[in-house]
Design a binder for this molecule. Structure first.
Ligand SMILES: C[S@@+](CC[C@H](N)C(=O)[O-])C[C@H]1O[C@@H](n2cnc3c(N)ncnc32)[C@H](O)[C@@H]1O
Length: 638
């Protein structure tokens, strides 16, 4: 099955109304902090149920609506600490809607695909499904006070429903991107296939029953219709489905939205994986999770697209004239694995041990110097090849995200240690400066890729907003005031309006009109021309003393990459730490204003992209403090 557009759809339009789930469950780690019914964060006092380990609710309405589900689904009788427990809970709750279930092993009677045969052909999935099904069946028998479970009893129903959950469940994420739990929706969502260059995305809306939350548009209607795919032709007709199961009227709602123009009849696709990964990583991710090989346009392009090439590009140096392409590819694969393992290991260590200084040193060292691979020459000779990440490599992008956050933590640590001394304040400023530079590099690099692969809009929105917020925080830093520079009020800054692009004018009207949203390519090119013009006025200041960033000539205009020479880049990385130079001349009122201006541009642009992906009043806009303040000021100054 697949879903197709019922009419022409413009970019940035909701194409489904908010859809309630058929079944859902919080992950174990959020059971004590989020409402089990609607997934919103709990504020005290929460509404507990009677048993101490039972779910908590945010309101009497959620408690009343939902609290009988956990006991009637038998989930409290699952063996303690069952692996994949949110999958098992979701599967058990799903069964409540099917009083006399008769699973067709391929598809349930409500039309949802189980994928049972495909999943069971993988030994890992087969074991996971079998063990989970036995645990579910045991819990159901205990609830029915049935005799003890005989393992040879049929657990086919449980196996099928668990496979259905693994095939159709989506991760419900909060605004920080944390995965709160999972939910399964009806065919209007679940029949939407995956593409690595999708034309739609989705968002969640969490609120107690009968309340409308941010980002919901009650007027939106269902603008997609099911279509029988080649694979399913002859097996079923869609009209028989859809009437099937009715789900809950509460729980996290999902809304699908267009991120490209979609023509009537065109298939609507979303992404099941991280699109900022290269083809091989996406393919193995999809195979591991769903057992299918994607054959979308982006995956079947030969040679692979520029974006996919850049996301996995490794730069090599010390090449002897005798090195053949075959040789190089072989060593590149080895180097790529080693480099990626090193960065992944460092990020994992940082997340568990939390030493931001060591993390910055290790990541910057590997980004700057790369690593050497021993190369066997004919005869007995050996030589060394040096490999490092291209600045757009997907692991390098992960490293920038971690570096931006590690430097931000280092900045707060300096202030927490000794908030009053100038030395701490300057050190904290330096850390914020580098953090802002990494955020800007991440936004610029993602934008460069987004210009060629427009489905990367969701990542671009996120990174521009972060870059804007870190630059605005830097421009507000008290170090500028302590140097005797005039204090800048935000309202004064807005007077330095941009003469080159219309971002501020657009936001005088607060939100983009439909026509502006449809034409946002023009806004994008105006924005880019503008920040390209301003970047040289702040970039050298932001990166001063950070050896890796000093190799990045410009974070908005990457034409310089065409001449990158791997040997020259690694000129002088000092592993003892960065050596910041403090020239009073660096800290000028003009520089501060430029940082403000670039910050405002980035934040505004991030919000424009977010409006396309999430709608006008998404968490992106309503929950960004800088954004809310900025909107208020713009309204007042206009
Ligand atoms: C949530 S369902 C999507 C709807 C599904 N096509 C159906 O007929 O019900 C997910 C499953 O659809 C199939 N699927 C989705 N996108 C695909 C793609 N791009 N290529 C191949 N199979 C895909 C896979 O079997 C996957 O496990």
């Amino acid at each position: 099955m697949e879903m197709r557009a019922e009419e022409d759809i413009e970019i940035g339009e909701d194409i489904t109304p908010p859809l309630f789930p058929l079944s859902f469950s919080l992950n174990d780690s959020f059971l004590s902090s989020h409402c089990s019914s609607c997934f919103s964060p709990l504020s005290s006092p929460a509404f507990p149920s009677l048993s101490p380990h039972a779910p908590l609710y945010c309101s009497a309405a959620c408690s009343a609506a939902y609290s009988c589900i956990p006991s009637s689904s038998a989930e409290s009788l699952l063996p303690p600490s069952s692996p994949h427990s949110s999958d098992l809970r979701t599967a058990l709750r799903f069964l409540l809607h099917l009083p006399r279930p008769c699973p067709h092993l391929h598809r349930f009677n409500n039309g949802l695909l189980t994928n049972y045969h495909k999943l069971s052909s993988s030994p890992e999935f087969a074991t996971q499904i079998r063990q989970g099904a036995i645990a579910m069946a045991g819990a159901r028998k205990l609830r029915n006070r049935d005799s003890a479970l005989n393992k040879s009893d049929g657990v086919l129903l449980e196996e099928a429903v668990l496979s259905l959950v693994l095939t159709n469940a989506v991760e419900v994420q909060d605004e920080a991107g944390r995965s709160l739990g999972i939910a399964v929706y009806d065919p209007n969502f679940s029949w939407i296939n995956h593409s690595c260059s999708p034309n739609a995305c989705y968002r969640f809306s969490v609120s107690p029953p009968n309340a409308t939350s941010f980002g919901e548009d009650s007027s939106s209607s269902l603008r997609i219709v099911p279509s029988v795919s080649e694979e399913d032709s002859g097996v079923c007709s869609c009209s028989g489905y859809m009437k099937g199961t009715k789900g809950y009227e509460y729980g996290p709602k999902i809304i699908v939205r267009s991120i490209k123009r979609i023509k009537k009849g065109e298939e609507v696709c979303i992404s099941y994986t991280d699109l900022l990964q290269p083809k091989a990583t996406r393919q193995s991710d999809l195979w591991l999770k769903y057992q299918f090989t994607c054959s979308c346009r982006r995956c079947t392009m030969s040679p692979s697209t520029y974006v996919d090439h850049a996301l996995e590009e490794i730069l090599a140096s010390n090449l002897s004239s005798s090195s053949s392409c075959f040789d190089l590819d072989h060593y590149k694969d080895e180097a790529s694995k080693k480099l990626s393992d090193y960065v992944d290991g460092t990020i994992t260590e940082f997340l568990s041990v939390g030493d931001p200084e060591s993390c910055c040193m290790k990541l910057e060292s590997v980004l700057s110097l790369g690593l050497q691979i021993e190369k066997l020459e004919s005869g007995d000779g050996k030589s060394h090849l040096n490999f490092k990440f291209h600045p757009f490599h997907h692991i390098a992008l992960n490293a920038y995200t971690t570096l931006a956050s590690a430097y931000r933590i280092r900045s707060s640590d300096f202030l927490a240690l000794d908030p009053r001394t100038d030395q701490s304040q300057f050190k904290a400023f330096d850390m914020s400066r580098i953090s802002a530079a990494y955020s800007l590099l991440l936004a610029g690099a993602t934008h460069h890729l987004f210009c060629l692969e427009s489905s990367l809009i969701v990542s671009a929105a996120n990174f521009w907003k972060h870059a804007g917020e870190s630059l605005l925080a830097l421009a507000r830093n008290c170090v500028w005031n302590s140097l005797g520079l005039p204090i800048l009020e935000q309202s004064t800054i807005l007077k330095y309006k941009c003469s080159n692009c219309s971002l501020l004018d657009i936001y005088g009207a607060e939100f983009l009109s439909q026509a502006e949203r449809a034409n946002f390519e023009n806004i994008s090119s105006g924005f880019l021309a503008c920040v390209r013009n301003m970047a040289p006025k702040i970039w050298r200041f932001l990166i001063n003393g950070c050896h890796y960033l000093e190799t990045i000539e410009d974070p908005f205009d990457f034409r310089w990459l065409a001449h990158v020479n791997c040997d020259a880049e690694q000129a002088c990385f000092i592993t003892e730490g960065s050596n910041f130079e403090h020239h009073a001349a660096w800290y000028t009122i003009e520089r501060r204003i430029h940082i403000y201006k670039v910050g405002i541009h980035c934040l505004m642009y991030g919000v424009i992209l977010a409006q396309v992906c999430y709608g006008q009043s998404s968490h992106f806009t309503t929950r960004s403090e800088s954004w809310v303040t900025l909107c208020k000021l713009i309204r007042e100054t206009n």
